[in-house]
Design a binder for this molecule. Structure first.
Ligand SMILES: NC(=O)c1ccc[n+]([C@@H]2O[C@H](COP(=O)([O-])OP(=O)(O)OC[C@H]3O[C@@H](n4cnc5c(N)ncnc54)[C@H](O)[C@@H]3O)[C@@H](O)[C@H]2O)c1
Length: 267
């Protein structure tokens, strides 16, 4: 059977401009690379300036030209959100997609977490996400796609007894923020649907950083056993889902939370 020509290039992002907030991180560097491979121009926003520079440097070598903008960006600061969107419009003239991977994790036990720390995490994970989504949507004049990084721990609870003694446990404020992000994805999808702006969340499963993998091999075995695939995720295994959601391949999908977790939440 001859496939329709319309289907060719469904994932192609040529002429699209993507803002990757928290773009210099472990999962987002491969995301940026995959977006560039599909022809997108990208703005990488991050408050870790050392990692930001390293990400821009490495990607600019791999993708020479003028398709990468690095932005000193802090989602906790409303002016930084406005300035970043303005900077993107000035540089590229448009915005088609937002990916938000920023998050705040205080990392204390329930007993020790103060109200101030809990509020601070919420202001980044929830208020910051809300403000960034709104600012990005207002800049999207041709429709668009908004992709929010959630977590399996916005859907299920971490089992605190799985963690070895000195290891930092996945904390309450993190999952509460991620659950809020799932709901924001649904709410904002309704808000912006008529403008052809789609809003979806991705809920990654276990993608521990390399340092954690090395330090806690027994915990890795435990995490792996929680998945149907029997292994933890590789850092590049979220990128395809981001490209899918950014592209026309997902043009009728909005208001959803996509789990990319090796099956953890499907048992
Ligand atoms: N790695 C995992 O196992 C895993 C699992 C589930 C969900 N997630 C989610 O995926 C996303 C990416 O995770 P990761 O493991 O790559 O984390 P990461 O810490 O490597 O990346 C997050 C990036 O966001 C940046 N950032 C944090 N706060 C910011 C702020 N206020 N303003 C601007 N930038 C800020 C950081 O500097 C970092 O570069 C996160 O939202 C995380 O919650 C990760």
């Amino acid at each position: 059977m001859n496939n329709s020509r319309e289907n060719i290039g469904m994932f192609n992002l040529t002429n699209r401009v993507v803002f990757v907030a928290g773009g210099a991180g472990y999962l987002t560097l491969p995301v940026c690379r995959a977006l560039l491979e599909q022809g997108a121009r990208i703005a990488i926003g991050d408050f870790n300036l050392e990692n930001l520079k390293a990400a821009v440097d490495v990607l600019s070598t791999e993708f020479p030209g003028d398709s990468i903008l690095g932005l000193d960006f802090d989602i906790a600061d409303e002016d930084s959100i406005a300035n970043s969107i303005e900077g993107i419009l000035k540089k590229f003239g448009r915005l088609d997609c937002l990916v938000n991977a920023t998050y705040r994790n205080v990392g204390k036990s329930v007993k020790d977490l103060t109200s101030g720390e809990f509020n601070q995490a919420n202001s980044i994970n929830i208020t910051g996400t809300f403000l960034l989504v709104r600012a990005a949507a207002e800049a999207m004049e041709n429709g668009g796609s908004i992709i929010l990084f959630s977590s399996m721990y916005g859907l299920i609870s971490p089992n605190q007894s799985d963690y070895p003694g000195k290891m930092e446990k996945n904390p309450a404020e993190y999952g509460a923020g991620k659950a809020a992000i799932n709901q924001l994805a649904r709410f904002m999808a309704g808000e912006y649907g008529k403008q052809n702006i789609r809003v979806n969340a991705i809920a990654p499963g276990p993608f521990p950083w390399e340092s954690v993998q090395v330090e806690y091999p027994d915990f890795m075995k435990k995490l792996s056993a929680k998945t149907m695939l029997g292994r933890i995720g590789r850092r590049d295994e979220i990128a395809g889902t981001v490209v899918y959601l950014a592209s026309d391949a997902s043009s009728y999908m909005t208001g959803q939370v996509l789990s990319v977790d090796g099956g953890v939440t499907a048992w």
